[in-house]
Design a protein around this ligand. Structure first.
Ligand code: S3P
Length: 445
């Protein structure tokens, strides 16, 4: 399995204010998709700014197993020679996605409507996560699930149909992974494949479909949703992809700067796609001093530099419909909430239970280890904001990179140090997290 089996603990301590300018690595969602679109395109796709974390490197390896030539030409610079929609080679070995739900579920879609057989597998964390959410719609295209673990868990073997049929699918979960799996499967089905989502989720797949020349239409659906129609069996045209900095990684230095008094940190080139900015909206509502500088558009995505200063935060009520735009940011928002005055209620967090860990439970346990008063009511997490965040505990990371990074950030502002039991999984999404944070003045040892 991809991350180290030996635990590598780390302790963070309160120290001086954080200061400096950093750039965080490329967006994980876009990086996975860029490689997959490269695979599905005949010709050469050049990618710059690719996240070179373990999750994405596993996707690169799987693309090779399916027939693509994938080469690294420099830091973050990659070249993919693809095989085209319909051209995937049957893999001879199981496909190992390590810790990556996105890599695995999206690739189920990529492979689904090809008449080949493939086995999907991953690490102990990924083997616990639900996969039926991607398999259910794929079966409607004619995909056959040959083998699956208990409850539709990995390892899973699927057999694609000779003649796929297009599908109209209304997803029962607000999930960009499920939406993307359906759209990617629809690429190799004739006719129009339609996905309806009642809550809009990140739209990187839709944007990349257009960027690579597919015919895709997005229309509003209900109060917060969208309908996406895709014309199947296009010939995708190779196009360069510039991957912007990942807002989900930027979240850690941003919250760190906001909770450590006197800090002044700028994170450059952060993707500001409106379906990814829920945390920034929420922090600004809490009173965080965040300046959005040099707002610009690069490669079809909104980008900006974010200057964040140590701030006095106030508790807020975060509506459930905001969840898809900040789904990966709740652990670090809970950390910010621990230093706010008054309660913060985060509503509708049921999806957090099926992430790299049961994140709702892992966040609650981490807050408890830090002595921070909080409650869970149904799917809501309430952090009391009573002015007490003594720290002094050890947090179990449960193979979850974002739990590790969130509580390391917390220890920069608690009275006593915070220890996380394992930092190995940080390498899945943000390999230089510790180095970049130390560069801002973080005391990690
Ligand atoms: C992702 C979608 C989200 C998110 C994940 C990346 C994507 O998952 O948590 O980190 O790239 O599509 P869900 O679709 O399960 O919400």
């Amino acid at each position: 399995m991809s991350a180290s089996e030996t635990k590598t603990p780390l302790t963070s301590r309160r120290g001086a204010a954080l200061a400096g300018t950093i750039t965080v690595p490329g967006d994980k969602s876009i990086s996975h998709r860029a490689l997959m679109f490269g695979l599905l395109t005949v010709g050469e796709t050049r990618i710059t700014g690719l996240l070179e974390g373990e999750d994405v490197l596993n996707t690169a390896k799987v693309c090779r197993q399916l027939g693509a030539t994938v080469e690294r030409t420099g830091p973050g610079a990659w070249r993919v020679q693809g095989v085209g929609v319909g051209g995937l080679k049957e893999p001879t070995e199981p496909l190992d996605f390590g810790n990556a739900g996105t890599g695995c579920r999206l690739m189920m879609g990529v492979i689904g409507c090809h008449p080949i057989r493939a086995t999907f597998d991953g690490d102990a964390s990924l083997r616990k996560r639900p996969m039926r959410r991607a398999l259910d719609p794929l079966e409607l295209f004619g995909v056959r699930v040959v083998e699956q673990g208990e409850g539709g868990r990995l390892p899973i073997t699927i057999q694609g149909p000779k003649d796929a049929v297009p599908v109209t699918y209304e997803s029962p979960v607000a999930s960009a992974q499920v939406k993307s799996a359906v759209l990617l499967a629809g690429l190799n089905a004739p006719g129009i494949t339609t996905v309806i989502e009642t809550e809009a989720t990140r739209d990187h797949t839709e944007r990349m479909l257009s960027h690579f020349g597919a015919e895709v239409t997005v229309t509003p659906h209900g109060a917060h949703g969208r309908r996406i129609d895709l014309v199947g069996q296009p010939e995708l045209k190779a196009a360069p992809v510039v991957v912007p900095a990942d807002p989900s990684s930027a979240a850690f230095p941003i919250v760190a700067a906001a909770i450590v008094p006197g800090s002044d940190v700028t994170v450059t080139g952060v993707m500001m796609n409106p379906l990814r900015t829920g945390l920034i909206t929420t922090l600004i509502e809490m009173g965080a001093e965040i300046e959005v500088l040099n707002a610009r558009v690069e490669s079809g995505e909104d980008i900006a530099d974010l200057r964040v200063r140590g701030s006095r935060l106030t508790g807020v009520d975060v509506p459930a419909h905001r969840a898809p735009s900040m789904i990966d940011e709740y652990p670090v928002l809970a950390v910010a909430a621990a230093f706010a005055e008054g309660p913060t209620r985060m509503r509708g967090l049921h999806e957090l239970r099926v992430k790299e860990s049961d994140r709702l439970a892992a966040v609650a346990a981490g807050l408890a280890a830090a002595g921070v008063a909080h409650t869970i009511e149904g799917d809501d997490l309430i952090v009391a904001g009573d002015g007490r965040a003594p720290g002094g505990g050890t947090v179990e990371t449960h193979m979850d990179h974002r739990i590790a990074m969130s509580f390391l950030v917390m220890g920069l502002a608690t009275a006593q140090p915070m220890r996380v039991d394992d930092t190995a999984f940080i390498a899945t999404s943000f390999p230089d997290f510790v180095g970049l944070m130390r560069g801002l003045g973080a005391d990690f040892s």
